[in-house]
Design a protein around this ligand. Structure first.
Ligand SMILES: *Cc1c(COP(=O)(O)O)cnc(C)c1O
Length: 463
C-alpha cells in the first residue's frame, strides 16, 4: 500500500458495493453499445448464434442506471482478495529520474493471477441463478479460462474451455490450473468441431486465435443442454464488473490526497483498461478534470491504432452477431506474440465508441520494448508482470520519460493486470536474444480488412 493514510481505510470501505455503468455518463454511444447483440438491418448471415447472457446481467449492462449493486455472494468472494493494492513505483521513478509519480494497481493477487476473476465470479453467479448448469468459453493465453474454471467451481457449475493452441502448448500450467478446478480443456482449433475443421483447413499449422476458440465454444454451447457460452472481455457486462478496480483506486487515491493525470491499461478487448479507467472517467466528468486515458496495444494486434471502426463479427467464422467496433477483421490472426491475451482482433464496443469520440487515446508498441519494460519493472519493483500487463508498463515509462523531458510533475497510474509467473518461458526467450518484434504487416492488416462484411453502417446505402 502507498502510505498510512490508506491503511486507515478498511477493506469494507475500499471495496465498492456497486459496479459503475459508464453508459450513464456517455452521450451518443448508446446506439453502438446497444447494437452489440443485434444483426444490423440489411445484413446477410451472422447472428445465428447469440451470446447467451442471463437477462438480469444483460439489462444491467445495457441500461442507464449508474450504479448496479454487487450481489452479496459475489462481493464476499471479492473480499477474499480485494481491495487489491495500489503501489507507488518509487524505485522505477528513481531509475527513470523522472519528476512523475508512478502508481500501479496490482490485479495479480488472486489465485488465478489476473483481473479476470472479477467478472468470472459475477458471471458464474448470474448464470447459476438463471438455471444454467455448465459454461463453456474460448481462452487465449489461459487467464480467462482459469478464472472461469475457478468461478465455476465456487458457484457449482461445470466448465469446458477451448484454449488457443499456441498457449495450450506454450503454457501448460494454466491448463493444469483449469483441470485442478475440474474444468475440461480442449486445444483449439480441434477436429471435432465445424469451426475447428474450417480453421485447420485454412492453415493446419495455425497458432489458433481467441476468435477460433470462441467459435468452437459457440458450437459446443449449441449442442449441450443448459450449457451457455460465457466470454471474458468485450461485452458491456464484463466491463461493468471490472469497474471494481478503478473504483477502489479512486478511493485509494483520495485517501492519500493524490489523483492521476493519466491512467493507462493494456487492451485485449478492453476489460482491464475499462476496469481501471472508467471510474476515473466518471470523476473527470463530475469534477471537470483533465485526466487522460491511454490504451496500450501490441503492434502485432493494433486494432485501435490501425483497425477500422466498422461492423464486424466477434469470431473467425462469422457465426456471431455483428458489433460496431474498432477491428482488424474477424479473419485476422495476430502473429504469435507472448501476450496471448492481447491477440483478439477487435476492441469492446464501448471502448471503441469512446475512442471514436476521442475520450481515450491509444498507442501500440512492439514486443521487445514491452518485455524490456517488463524486465525493468521486475528488477525495480519485485513483481514479474504478465506480458499483457508489460504493455501498460511500457506506456507508463513513456509517459514518465515525457514528463522528464518536459520538466513537468504528474501522476501516472497503470493497471498491472496480472503476474507473469507462468510466462517465464517468454522472459527466457527475451533474455536469450531470440525474441522478435512481430508487428503485423500492413499487407496482413489490409487483407483481413478486405474481408470485413461488405457494408459499413446499417442503412448506410440509404443515407
Ligand atoms: C486477458 C488479459 C488482458 C487483456 O484482456 P482485457 O480484456 O483487454 O483486459 C490483459 N492482462 C492480463 C493479465 C490478462 O489476463
Amino acid at each position: 500500500m502507498v502510505n498510512s493514510a490508506e491503511a486507515s481505510l478498511t477493506a469494507e470501505e475500499i471495496v465498492p458495493t456497486h459496479w459503475y455503468n459508464v453508459l450513464s455518463d456517455l452521450t451518443g454511444v448508446e446506439d453502438a453499445a446497444k447494437l452489440r447483440q443485434a444483426r444490423p438491418e440489411g445484413r446477410e448471415g451472422g447472428g445465428t448464434v447469440t451470446p447467451q447472457i442471463p437477462l438480469s446481467m444483460y439489462r444491467q449492462s445495457m441500461g442507464q442506471e449508474r450504479f448496479v449493486e454487487i450481489p452479496q455472494p459475489v462481493r464476499e468472494e471479492y473480499l477474499r482478495w480485494r481491495p487489491t493494492p495500489l503501489h507507488r513505483a518509487r524505485r522505477l521513478e528513481r531509475l527513470l529520474d523522472t519528476p512523475a509519480r508512478i502508481y500501479y494497481k496490482y490485479e495479480g493477487t488472486n489465485t488465478t493471477g489476473s483481473h479476470k476473476l472479477n467478472t468470472a465470479l459475477a458471471q458464474a453467479y448470474y448464470y447459476k441463478q438463471a438455471g444454467i448448469t455448465s459454461l463453456t468459453t474460448g481462452t487465449g493465453a489461459g487467464q480467462w479460462g482459469s478464472a472461469l474454471a475457478v468461478a465455476c467451481r465456487i458457484f457449482g457449475l461445470e466448465c469446458t474451455v477451448y484454449m488457443c493452441r499456441v498457449s495450450y502448448e506454450q503454457k501448460p500450467y494454466r491448463r493444469i490450473m483449469m483441470e485442478m478446478n475440474g474444468a475440461k480443456v480442449i486445444s483449439s482449433p480441434n477436429e471435432n468441431s465445424e469451426a475447428g475443421r474450417a480453421a485447420l483447413a485454412r492453415d493446419p499449422n495455425t497458432d489458433g486465435s481467441l476468435s477460433i476458440a470462441n467459435a468452437e465454444a459457440f458450437e459446443h454451447a449449441r449442442q449441450v443442454e443448459r450449457c451457455n457460452l460465457s466470454v471474458g472481455s468485450g461485452e458491456n457486462h464484463v466491463l461493468l464488473h471490472q469497474t471494481v478496480i478503478g473504483q477502489e483506486a479512486v478511493r485509494q487515491f483520495r485517501a492519500i490526497g493524490d489523483f492521476p493525470d493519466v491512467v493507462i491499461g493494456s487492451v485485449g478487448a478492453g476489460s482491464n483498461f475499462s476496469g481501471i479507467t472508467l471510474p476515473f472517467f466518471h470523476e473527470k466528468v463530475r469534477e471537470g478534470l483533465e485526466t487522460r486515458f491511454v490504451a496500450v496495444e501490441p503492434e502485432a494486434c493494433p486494432k485501435l491504432t490501425k483497425g477500422r471502426y466498422a461492423w464486424d463479427y466477434n469470431d473467425y467464422t462469422g457465426i456471431t452477431p455483428m458489433t460496431k467496433m474498432y477491428t482488424l477483421g474477424h479473419t485476422f490472426v495476430s502473429p504469435g506474440i507472448h501476450a496471448g491475451g492481447l491477440r483478439y482482433h477487435g476492441a469492446a464496443p464501448l471502448v471503441s465508441a469512446m475512442y471514436h469520440q476521442k475520450l481515450i487515446e491509444a498507442v501500440a508498441y512492439p514486443q521487445r520494448p514491452v518485455f524490456e519494460a517488463g524486465l525493468t519493472f521486475a528488477n525495480e519493483e519485485g513483481i514479474i508482470p504478465a506480458p499483457e500487463s508489460a504493455h501498460a508498463i511500457r506506456g507508463a515509462i513513456e509517459e514518465a520519460l515525457l514528463a522528464k523531458k518536459e520538466g513537468r510533475e504528474k501522476a501516472i497510474l497503470f493497471n498491472l493486470s496480472g503476474h507473469g509467473l507462468l510466462d517465464l518461458s517468454a522472459y527466457q526467450q527475451f533474455l536469450s536474444g531470440n525474441m522478435t518484434d512481430m508487428g503485423a504487416s500492413d499487407e496482413l492488416i489490409a487483407s483481413s480488412l478486405g474481408r470485413l462484411p461488405a457494408m459499413d453502417e446499417p442503412g448506410a446505402a440509404a443515407r
